[in-house]
Design a protein around this ligand. Structure first.
Ligand code: ATP
Ligand code: MG
Length: 356
C-alpha cells in the first residue's frame, strides 16, 4: 500500500513526538511492505512566525491532497497574548472546520501496567475500554451570533448553540458505525430535559438507531454521564455527544488513564483525510529537552492505520508493541515513579520500534 501523510509538527514538543511517530510508521512500512510518503507543513505558532497566519494556504492544500494528517501540537506562551485570529489554536480550529472533521474519536484505554498512575482505584478501572465520539465542527463553539454588547442594563453577552439536523445525523451515524465494530453499546449524551438542541439530538438518535438494530442505544443526561464516568467507567463502550459536552467529558475520561502522555485522538470527515494527534498540548515546560512521552502520538498512528488505511493488523502490532514496552517496565519521565529511571523521547521511540 502507498500512502501520502501530511506531517504538521507544530510547536513545543510537537516536532519531537511527531519525529518519533514518523520513524515508527517507517518501521511499520518496512515490516509490512507499505510505502508511506511524508510531506511537512507548518501550523500554529511556527506558522504565525513564518507567514503571519496560523494556517497557511499551503498547509491546507497539502492536507487536502494527503491520505491522512499527523499533527503534533500547537501553541505556547510566546503567542498567548495575540488577538483571536493570531492565536496558534485558531490554526487547528480552522483546519478542523475547513476539512469538515466533524467526528472526534477519543479512546480511553487503561493499560494495566499503568493503573497506579490513575487517581482512581484499580477496581474502578478494571475493564475500562471506551470510546468518546465528540461532534467537532458545530454547536456552541461555532454558532452565530456571538459576542458582547453594551445595553442599557450594562454589558450583555451571547453564544449560540446551533446545529442542523444533518450535522447531528452524520455524527450519530458515525457513532453507530463505530459502536457496531466495538461492543455494540452506544450511549448518547445530551441535556434533553433543558435544551431544545438536545431534544432534536435525542429524536435523531432514536430515528437513526432503527437502522442499527444490533446496537443497543441508551440516552444519558450529561450531568449523570459526568458522574457515571468516575463512578463506574466500565459501563461505557461507545459514547457520542455534541461539541461542548464532548470537550468536557473527554477530558474527564482522559484522567482515567492517568497520563496525558498516553491519549490519542482521531478526527474524521465524510471522505477526506483524517487528522491524528495526541490529546496533550505543546507542553512548553519540557519542550526541546527530549523528555516528552511519544506514546500518545504512537497510539494516534495506530488509529491512522486502522481508521484511514484499514490496516487492522498493523494497528494491532503498534498497540501490542506499546503494551509490551510498558509491561516490561519502560517509562518516560511522566509515567515513572519518583526515583525510577526514565527513558527519553528518542529512547522510547527506539524501544517501541525494536518491540514492533
Ligand atoms: P493546551 O492548552 O495546548 O491544551 P495544556 O495546558 O492542556 O495545553 P499541555 O501542554 O498538554 O497543557 O501540558 C500539561 C502538562 O502535562 C505539562 O506539565 C506538560 O509537561 C505535561 N505533558 C503534556 N504532554 C506530555 C507528554 N507527551 N509527555 C510528558 N508530559 C506531558
Ligand atoms: Mg489542554
Amino acid at each position: 500500500m502507498i500512502k501520502q501523510i501530511a506531517v504538521l509538527p507544530g510547536d513545543g514538543i510537537g516536532p519531537e513526538v511527531t519525529g518519533e511517530a514518523v520513524q515508527l510508521l517507517e518501521e511499520v512500512g518496512i515490516q509490512f511492505g507499505h510505502t508511506f510518503h511524508f510531506q511537512y507543513a507548518d501550523i500554529g505558532g511556527c506558522a504565525l512566525d513564518k507567514t503571519g497566519t496560523p494556517l497557511p494556504e499551503e498547509t491546507l492544500q497539502l492536507c487536502r491532497e494527503s491520505d491522512a494528517i499527523l499533527l503534533g501540537a500547537v501553541g505556547g506562551p510566546k503567542w498567548d497574548h495575540g488577538p483571536g485570529e493570531k492565536r496558534p489554536e485558531a490554526g487547528l480550529l480552522g483546519l478542523r472546520k475547513e476539512l469538515q472533521l466533524y467526528a472526534n474519536l477519543r479512546p480511553v484505554i487503561v493499560f494495566p501496567a499503568l493503573a497506579n498512575a490513575s487517581s482512581l482505584k484499580a477496581e474502578v478501572l478494571e475493564g475500562v475500554d471506551l470510546m468518546i465520539i465528540r461532534e467537532l465542527t458545530g454547536g456552541l463553539y461555532f454558532g452565530q451570533p456571538r459576542g458582547r454588547k453594551q445595553t442599557d442594563q450594562g454589558l450583555a453577552v451571547v453564544d449560540t448553540l446551533y446545529y442542523t439536523e444533518a450535522e447531528i445525523e452524520r455524527v450519530l451515524r458515525k457513532a453507530f458505525e463505530i459502536a457496531r465494530v466495538r461492543k455494540k453499546h452506544l450511549v448518547s449524551v445530551d441535556k434533553a430535559n433543558v435544551l431544545d438542541s438536545s431534544r432534536l439530538w435525542r429524536e435523531t438518535a432514536d430515528r437513526i438507531g432503527k437502522e442499527y438494530p444490533d446496537v443497543k442505544l441508551e440516552h444519558m443526561l450529561v450531568d449523570n454521564a459526568a458522574m457515571q464516568l468516575v463512578r463506574k467507567p466500565s459501563q461505557f463502550d461507545t459514547v457520542v455527544t455534541e461539541n461542548m459536552f464532548g470537550d468536557i467529558l473527554s477530558d474527564e475520561a482522559a484522567m482515567l488513564s492517568g497520563s496525558l502522555g498516553m491519549l490519542p485522538s482521531a478526527s474524521l470527515s465524510e471522505d477526506g483525510p483524517g487528522l491524528y494527534e495526541p490529546v496533550h498540548g505543546s507542553a512548553p515546560d519540557i519542550a526541546g529537552q527530549n523528555l516528552a512521552n511519544p506514546l500518545a502520538t504512537f497510539l494516534s498512528v495506530a488509529m491512522m492505520l486502522k481508521y484511514s488505511f484499514h490496516l487492522e493488523k498493523e494497528a494491532q502490532a503498534v498497540e501490542q508493541a506499546i503494551r509490551k514496552v510498558l509491561d516490561d517496565g519502560y517509562r518516560t519521565r511522566d509515567l515513572a515513579q519518583e526515583g525510577e529511571p526514565a527513558l527519553s523521547t528518542t529512547e522510547m521511540g527506539e524501544k517501541v520500534r525494536a518491540y514492533l
